[in-house]
Design a protein around this ligand. Structure first.
Ligand SMILES: Nc1nc2c(ncn2[C@@H]2O[C@H](COP(=O)(O)OP(=O)(O)O)[C@@H](O)[C@H]2O)c(=O)[nH]1
Ligand SMILES: [Mg+2]
Length: 188
């Protein structure tokens, strides 16, 4: 296990680490490789994260915590996956995390440039009753290509929150935090 906190050790006891398993709601970030999951993960969690191999595998999984409103969430950055039918070891781990760890919120990150190609997986997740928030990342690049995306319409059709984002500049992060707060403020 490797502690990645930008080279700085925190004070004694490292309460952040201990608190990650103390019954906090869990947020899992999922999606294809290279869509910006890890950038989003870093935006949510800040610099203190733990990277470890998923048990019995060589697949690395990053975990951290996020403070949103007055609540703390455990956040897990899952390996890239293309569907719920896993082929690679990375996909098997990602699926295992979803099944075993039962996240309270599942942030599905997609590349807005390739929206149509990526929505199939969103539908799979929604149909499997995962608590999905859809993040349309790379809106900057989609915009440069003249792509118009009507996120409110998408939201009405999918019946899940949809958040446009540019993870690299943190555009959309405030909205995402608000949607996570709304999503987890009611019991179920
Ligand atoms: N232009 C642009 N690049 C992004 C954005 N989000 C992430 N990237 C870049 O996309 C690449 C993949 O990001 P990463 O977070 O590693 O993707 P992951 O494989 O899903 O974890 C990196 O080079 C990021 O800097 C975005 O919103 N806009
Ligand atoms: Mg990544």
């Amino acid at each position: 296990m490797e502690i990645n906190n930008g080279g700085k050790q925190r004070g004694p006891g490292r309460p952040e680490k201990e608190s990650t398993s103390q019954g906090h709601d869990k947020i899992a970030i999922v999606g294809n490789p290279n869509v910006g999951k890890s950038v989003l993960f870093n935006n949510l969690t800040g610099s203190y994260t733990v990277v470890s191999n998923y048990p019995g595998t060589t697949v690395e999984v990053s975990r951290g915590t996020a403070k949103i409103g007055d609540r703390t969430y455990e956040v897990v950055d899952t390996p890239g996956m293309y569907s719920l039918l896993p082929i690679t070891e990375e996909e098997k781990v990602a699926r295992q995390i979803l099944m075993d760890e039962k996240p309270r919120v599942l942030i599905h990150v997609i590349d807005a440039k390739n929206l149509e190609r990526m929505l199939g997986f969103t539908l799979q997740l929604v149909e499997a009753s995962f608590p999905v928030i859809l993040v349309l990342n790379m809106m900057d690049e989609a915009g440069k290509r003249g792509k118009k995306i009507h996120s409110e319409e998408l939201e009405r059709e999918l019946h899940v929150p949809v958040v446009p984002m540019v993870a690299t500049t943190s555009r959309g992060m405030g909205v995402l935090r608000g949607r996570i707060e709304e999503y987890t403020s009611h019991e179920n």
